[in-house]
Design a protein around this ligand. Structure first.
Ligand SMILES: [Zn+2]
Length: 359
């Protein structure tokens, strides 16, 4: 359903950055080099992946690149940190790379994207799971940046999503992708609120595009939860669309609101418990309640998917949740969300967590 734009939303200049070529389907990784050539890319390619992913894709990628006579080199990274970005930058400079291809779930894509934008070369994204929208957005999230949230880098010029590989990814990665999609419900509400209260630019089209994926997850939770091939493809396409919505908005606003601030706070308070989208899913339940909207439908969708709706399922304590709820608003003070309107006290935070069944 199309909702009205906030009345005092002021259109300001912003630029859109979008991918040029997106290829999705079984076995499409074999077409990597062909796609690079079609995009007019030539010259040495630096391939960035994690230590496990490289074993799954190496033969396919190298056969493809050799057939089109590309020079290439690999670099593996272990975490989404500044040290890993520096490692990729050193390898790219040594190779005189003209493009960087990030192959993996989250960290390799993020590290490769930031490295490519730092040295001004093209970036191509090869997701190996449908776990978050960073596979197509111009934003990057690193663990140890001064800002513990996503920062602008550049949109991938191409995205190659091989469903043979993505279909074999662990189920919790797909659930994380679903949580990241459901998060758009509260992210868009926060964006509307900021437009109304602070006059921030609000793009209705980008907002509606981001919400489409969340609506699909709500409607199709059983089919997606059963990990059917069509369900995985739908989540992947919705995540790509959400990243594109951020590109259209020129900001991460349609994809990331108070529920993402809560997830970023959890990364500080209790690192390495839940996946990004799992944490955002818990956040979305609680932030929806603060917004006064149907928070139960988000929790029900997560349950029908087979995902998590309780802190304990992610090994998180009541104290972790309360601390993170209180910290969330301070993570990114300039981003106006429901947390600025509803100043949470310890008691209110605890009541929010218990009343939504998160604790
Ligand atoms: Zn996200």
């Amino acid at each position: 359903m199309i909702r009205k734009s906030p009345r005092n939303s002021i259109p300001k200049k912003h630029s859109m950055e979008l991918p040029r070529r997106i290829l999705i389907g079984p076995g499409v990784l074999r077409e990597l080099a062909k796609v690079l050539s079609e995009l007019g890319l030539s010259g040495p390619v630096l391939l960035v992946s994690g230590h496990h992913v490289i074993d799954t894709v190496r033969v396919i990628v190298e056969d493809s690149l050799l057939a089109e006579e590309f020079t290439y080199d690999w670099t593996t990274i272990s975490a989404p940190t500044r040290k890993d970005v520096r490692k990729v930058l050193d390898a790219a400079r040594a190779l005189q790379a003209k493009m960087i291809v990030g192959i993996g779930g989250g960290k390799s894509v993020d590290v490769a994207k930031l490295a490519a934008s730092t040295i001004g070369v093209q970036f191509v994204s090869v997701p190996t799971s449908a776990s978050h929208d960073g596979i197509s957005s111009p934003f990057v999230s690193l663990k140890d940046l001064k800002k513990p949230y996503s920062v602008l880098a550049q949109s991938p010029m191409g995205i190659i999503a091989d469903l043979d590989i993505i279909g074999k990814a662990p189920g919790e990665l797909l659930l994380s992708g679903c949580g990241d999609l459901l998060a758009k419900i509260t992210a868009v509400r926060d964006w509307e609120l900021s437009a109304k209260k602070k006059g921030e630019y609000y793009g209705r089209y980008a907002a509606e595009l981001a919400l489409l994926g969340a609506e699909m997850v709500m409607k199709e939770a059983e089919r997606i939860g059963s990990r059917s091939a069509s369900g995985i493809r739908d989540v992947l396409e919705a995540l790509i669309s959400a990243g594109v919505a951020a590109g259209i908005a020129g900001s991460s606003r349609p994809c990331s609101g108070s529920e993402h601030l809560f997830s970023h706070a959890l990364d500080i308070v209790a690192p390495n418990h839940g996946l990004h989208g799992e944490q955002c899913g818990l956040g979305a339940i609680m932030m929806a309640k603060l917004h006064g909207i149907e928070w139960q439908s988000i929790a029900t969708a997560l349950e029908r998917l087979g995902g998590h709706t309780q802190a304990s399922q992610l090994g998180l304590s009541e104290e972790d949740i309360v601390k993170s709820l209180l910290l969330a608003r301070t993570i990114r003070p300039e981003r106006y969300t429901i947390l600025n309107m509803t100043r949470l006290t310890r008691e209110k935070a605890l009541r929010l967590a218990t009343s939504t069944g998160v604790c």
